[in-house]
Design a protein around this ligand. Sequence first.
Ligand code: Q9C
Ligand code: ZN
Length: 343
Amino acid sequence: MDIIFSERHILRNAKTELYAGELVRPFECPERMDFIVREIGNRQIGTIRAPDSFGLDPILRIHDADYAEFLKTCWEEWTKAGYAGEAIPTCWPSRDMPRRIPPNEIDGRIGFYALTAETSISGGTFEAARAAADVAVTAHHLVASGKNSAFALCRPPGHHASAGMFGGYCFFNNAAIAAQAFLDGGAGRVALLDVDFHHGNGSQAIFYDRDDVLFLSLHGDPMNAFPYFLGGADETGAGAGEGYTVNYPMPPKTGFSAWRAALKDAAARIEAYAPDVLIVSLGVDTFERDPISFFKLKSADFTTYGNDIARLKLPTLFVMEGGYAVEEIGINTVNVLEGFLQG
Ligand code: Q9C
Ligand code: ZN
């Protein structure tokens, strides 16, 4: 399998995450990539190469220009304001304050563009997020030009980012950018299967009213899990997109047999849609020992479901999302890819 990876991910090296009322070292840390890269080498599943550069164009097919500009200038503005810590929002246009225009001051601007407060913005974040989008677009080109599969080893992840908002460790939506790139390159239908533990709220929002991307997500029930405010089974799409969003929220302690039954249902819907290509938003935070999640998948289960995905017999682009059991993230990620390759 061709694997695309950018060393520039280390430019995303925030020191703080607001977690349980404290500033802790972020769960979404650079070493995640070290463990995955090492395991790819150990198991020899393919060669790793650096991405090409595509600039902002493919990003702006998904994201708002003012949002991209905000991400580019946020850290500089924050520093200029004289703040000592990393950039963290504290005020949003929330339910009872629906005035939706970006304020001038950085404190207001960051709140306008933020979904959540755990994801601090630090110097280098924009550059790393741009490199991750390059990884996704480069890997998309391999599949678009005839390879059966590719792995976009993206960091930072992307599926929580919407057209104009960051959060949940995500800035640019790498999988959505790849989906749009396939469509712009001539594909008619793309299926986006999100197997990260968390609901892919950004991806859902981006494609909610469209029928050219079928979005399916298996995730912790938002009544009990981040991102809490999207991901219900009753969200099925809008307008032309009605029926093209499919959510599988599952309760705490869900194990592999229930999870796999949801995957089987998703696979049947993907088959019926008959897409030109399948994108998998691959988060391995469904693992039993993930520190911030509540599913109970074991390492061997990742191989099994990689194999299940292969049985769809579709050109497949895997895009890295979450996974925070750092010591085991390499094994679990490569298990999916190996299971796929053996399928
Ligand atoms: N108590 C991704 O996996 N915090 N993002 C959750 C749990 C945010 C996860 C707190 C988790 C974001 C890409
Ligand atoms: Zn996740």
